[in-house]
Ligand binder design. Sequence first.
Ligand SMILES: NC(=O)c1ccc[n+]([C@@H]2O[C@H](COP(=O)([O-])OP(=O)(O)OC[C@H]3O[C@@H](n4cnc5c(N)ncnc54)[C@H](O)[C@@H]3O)[C@@H](O)[C@H]2O)c1
Length: 278
Amino acid sequence: MANYGLQGKVAVITGSGRKKGIGFAIASKLAAEGCCIVLSDLGVPKGNEFSSEHIGITDEMNQLTEELIKSGARVIAQPADVRLESDCEALIKAAVDTFGRIDILVNNAGVGYLMEEFTEFKESSWDAVLDVNLKGAFLCSKHAARYMIAQNSGCIINIASQAAKSGFPYAAAYTASKHGLVGLTRSNAVELGPKGIRVNAICPNHITTGLGHWQNEFFSKKFGLDYQTYLQGIKDRNPLRRTGMVEDIANAVAFLCSDEASYINGEALNVSGGEEYH
Ligand SMILES: NC(=O)c1ccc[n+]([C@@H]2O[C@H](COP(=O)([O-])OP(=O)(O)OC[C@H]3O[C@@H](n4cnc5c(N)ncnc54)[C@H](O)[C@@H]3O)[C@@H](O)[C@H]2O)c1
């Protein structure tokens, strides 16, 4: 285990209530590094866009909280719909009320399953993706930054995507939202940097989480390939001949939050095995 000097830091991770997800891997890594953790997720299905197949429900989040507590970490769970400013404000306040401060915010909540032919793309799908992936990060960052400015220190990590650097078919909203998230990262980095807050993004390529599995099924059907052939194609195209793992992203988060990364600000770091390099 690396020692990133994060003991006692307080970290909020949105969309972290699914066992196989990137968010929980980040929470587990930061907990192992000694951080106090606020797990958060939507908690309850909402309408067509947020069905139980795709979102982290409260029961699972509570189980994961117990798991981390048993490992010795200090953890609370706070459901939040990141589309709602009141929920985002309450989420950040819960961290401060419980642990006294907020040092790390990871904007990880994301919708990557609303993909449609561009000419048939529903306005409701567009709004759902932009509201979670971009507005959610804006709202959580805004409320976290208020406390971080008062502390004169803090670190915000936005989980963007390879789709923040390259275009993907059927994914107009997702691609636009992730490009936008890098724009938010850069604006925040220059505005908040003088106030002691570093803001960076991480751009993963494919990882077979619940969301990643859905995308494998979607794209393999679209391209007329069976699932395994499609997945093998992704591996074959990658210089390291594998797909990403949730731990790859969690490790990058821990590094970016540490003092080892104290001069890294406003970056959109590819964690893609060399598949994406601009
Ligand atoms: N898996 C991949 O291949 C991949 C690649 C690049 C980027 N990403 C990004 O990584 C992040 C995590 O994705 P993942 O693959 O772990 O999938 P995931 O489905 O496990 O995680 C996404 C989380 O966002 C939550 N969420 C959705 N709507 C929400 C809302 N309104 N409020 C609060 N939370 C909400 C979901 O409940 C879920 O827990 C996402 O931002 C995704 O875009 C994933």
